[in-house]
Design a protein around this ligand. Structure first.
Ligand SMILES: [Zn+2]
Length: 73
């Protein structure tokens, strides 16, 4: 490889970019993607459009990668 030293060092490809979420009330599944600040995973229910955001705890590094969400109906 002869890449120049101007190569961007950001953007780790090995980090998980989204979480799975089950919308229990709606019987649907979806994904939450990291927001621009990297502070939370955000997304919405594909059926009712409810917004979901799960804050990323910088210290704890939660091992959970699948969440259940109960849409307010
Ligand atoms: Zn829903």
């Amino acid at each position: 490889m002869n890449g120049g030293n101007a190569h961007s060092s950001s953007g780790q490809g090995s980090k998980r970019l989204f979480l799975g979420v089950q919308f229990v009330n709606c019987g649907a599944y979806g994904r939450l993607y990291k927001n621009r600040e990297g502070t939370a995973y955000v997304g919405g229910c594909p059926k009712c459009g409810s917004k979901v955001s799960i804050r990323i705890d910088p210290g704890a590094g939660t091992s959970a990668r699948f969440f259940k969400y109960y849409c307010p109906m």
